[in-house]
Design a protein around this ligand. Structure first.
Ligand code: LR7
Ligand code: MN
Length: 567
């Protein structure tokens, strides 16, 4: 007994040594590659005071209002939009603690006190590279200010080798106000966002990982519904509703829920509407979680252990892009789910460009492409063919060793991509399955129907013809669906309004559900728009020219079309 007591009674020197040793061990244990990274341990316990938002606040940008600039500042701000992709002058005027409107629905506010009292704790991981100081600090403040203390285990900032000066000692100094609650890890080499997130996640000790971009503002009550859903379903990977923050004047604009995340076959993220099955399943449309095929990528929460069990991220992915669809497909295929939680809102500054260098390892200027190829080759089975239609140039590109990720898929016993398509995103159009025909639509003289690189998903475009590009060129691939549409991934061919020359162009518009624009077609013969009875005719049009519909005439070879494959 006495001996024990004696043991416990340590001298000051002993205490100091123990403190230093345990501190050193803590740092080493907490991160791998201690030499590559530097952990800044806050020097004090912090002095940040959470503002009382029930008092009126009147500074610029308060209540989520936009900042009004004038004179020289206005000009500088506008110029910054072109070079920095956001109005930094406006952002800098706003308090890091600014107030924003509660963008939740009334139904969500009504249930805010009904979440379990014993929710798991969260580590919020925010990675950044050359982020603007005011946007970054506002993100951190919003998290600290709007997360109940007992739920916020820590905030982990990962500086992905930023070069901008204000992110150096000025940032370290600023963060001292949070004491040990906010930890800053600085990477001495550029990791790219995928490896930076992994680094942050590995340092985290809370039960739940929450990732945010470095230009966000967490809204009132944002974290409870995320944590509650993960507590209820350990394998749910959950996303808040993302509200828009204006890149121009920093106004906090409300968001809407009601959508899902989807994808393009080119492996870009996109948004879609709820499938019928979800509308039927959800009893409380304002508050129930939404099962979403994919996530945007930046803002989500997952049980920390589950996040690693299900494969974290593919650490061979570089800089930016692809990891969001990879984690989405993987989580679903390996037994988890991706969900949107309508009662959790976080703002995000959408920008038209990236204020940092996007070049990857080995001078790679197409990191999204190479990352996407990794994901296609590991997770999409035969369906990767539809990615390669868009990215023929990548077919033979070496994107590194995939065996680790393939072994992961094997080990977890994940389902097929076909299962994912059928069960998670049944509305996704598969251009070469369950269709009547697919491929190039070839007319005379090796000319093919072509979008002429016009952006069909930004509004209606007119089709043209161009020399057929084989084996495939995404601009020339069309399907005839079972509903007899002449269509592409999301868009359908229709007959446009008559021009002054009395001809009607081939217009491409968003396909309408249950209101199909039908065609009749016979192999090697006409492509006839049923409603008008007109036929697609390339007569008199040369490569790169617009194409028109004409009165059907069997004797005109310019009305004869053949599609690569008939089913
Ligand atoms: O090399 C890098 N290192 C980094 O630390 C590149 C980026 N980053 C940081 C960057 O500072 C930022 O905090 O990574 C974060 C994301 O980069 P952004 O904000 O430039 O990207 P984004 O908002 O255009 O990107 C969306 O898609 C990305 C694909 O890789 C990531 O998944 C982002 O997290 C994701 N953002 C969102 O989902 C927020 C909602 C936007 C939408 C839709
Ligand atoms: Mn972002």
């Amino acid at each position: 007994m006495a001996r024990w007591a004696g043991h416990r009674q340590k001298s000051r020197l002993q205490k100091l040594v123990l403190f230093l040793v345990s501190g050193y061990l803590f740092i080493v244990w907490n991160r791998e590659g201690a030499s590559k990274y530097m952990l800044e341990v806050p020097a004090n316990d912090g002095f940040h005071v959470i503002p009382d938002y029930s008092n009126p606040r009147n500074g610029p940008g308060e209540n989520g209002l936009g900042v009004v600039l004038s004179g020289e500042e206005k000009k500088i701000g506008e110029d910054q939009m072109k070079t920095m992709f956001m109005n930094v002058v406006a952002s800098d005027k706003i308090s890091p603690d600014r107030s924003i409107p509660d963008s939740r629905s009334r139904e969500c506010r009504n249930i805010e006190s009904s979440y379990p009292k014993n929710l798991p704790t969260a580590s919020v991981v925010i990675i950044f590279t050359d982020e603007f100081f005011s946007a970054l600090t506002r993100t951190v403040h919003s998290v600290v200010n709007r997360t109940p203390q007992h739920l916020l285990y820590e905030v982990i900032l990962v500086d992905d080798n930023s070069q901008r000066e204000e992110l150096g000692s000025k940032l370290s100094e600023h963060l001292k106000r949070f004491g040990s609650l906010v930890r800053l890890i600085r990477s001495k080499e550029r990791l790219g966002l995928i490896r930076a997130k992994i680094l942050g996640a590995k340092a985290a000790r809370g039960e739940v990982l929450v990732f945010l971009d470095s230009h966000c503002e967490a809204n009132t009550g944002w974290i409870e519904p995320l944590l509650a859903r993960i507590q209820e379903e350990r394998t749910a990977v959950v996303c808040p509703v993302i509200d828009a923050i204006s890149d121009g004047n920093m106004a906090y604009l409300g968001g809407s829920h009601g959508g899902i995340g989807t994808f393009w076959w080119s492996l870009h993220y996109s948004m879609g509407s709820l499938p019928k099955s979800e509308i039927e399943r959800r009893k409380n449309p304002a508050t129930d979680y939404i099962r979403s095929p994919t996530m945007a990528g930046g803002l989500f929460a997952a049980n920390r252990e589950y996040f690693f069990e299900v494969g974290g991220y593919d650490e061979e992915m570089d800089i930016w892009g692809g990891e969001n669809l990879e984690i989405s497909f993987r989580v679903w295929m390996c037994g988890g789910s991706i969900e949107i939680i309508p009662c959790s809102h976080v703002g995000h500054i959408y920008r038209n460009g990236h204020p940092y260098d996007m070049t990857g390892r080995n001078n790679n200027k197409d990191v999204h492409g190479t990352n996407s190829k990794r994901l296609a080759d590991v997770w999409m089975d035969d369906y990767k063919r539809l990615f390669y239609v868009h990215r023929m140039g990548l077919v033979d590109t070496d994107v590194g060793d995939l065996s680790g990720r393939k072994a992961l898929r094997e080990k977890l016993g994940c389902k097929s991509f076909n299962w994912f398509l059928k069960n998670v995103i049944p509305d996704k159009f598969i251009p070469d399955e369950d269709v009547l025909a697919y491929g190039h639509v070839e007319g005379q003289n090796s000319m093919c129907l072509d979008t002429l690189q016009r952006l069909e998903n930004k509004g209606p475009i007119i089709l043209g013809i161009y020399n057929c590009q084989r084996p495939s060129s995404s601009a020339q691939m069309f399907s005839i669906s079972k509903e007899n549409e002449l269509r592409r991934e999301e868009t359908c061919v229709d007959v446009g309004i008559e021009t002054k020359d009395g001809v009607r162009p081939a217009k491409v518009v968003q396909c309408k559900r249950n209101d199909f624009v039908e065609f009749e077609h016979e192999k090697g013969k006409f492509l006839k728009h049923k409603k008008t009875g007109l036929c697609l005719d390339m007569g008199g049009v040369s490569a790169g020219g617009d194409i028109y519909f004409q009165k059907c005439d069997e004797n005109r070879p310019s009305q004869n079309w053949i599609i690569d494959k008939y089913f």
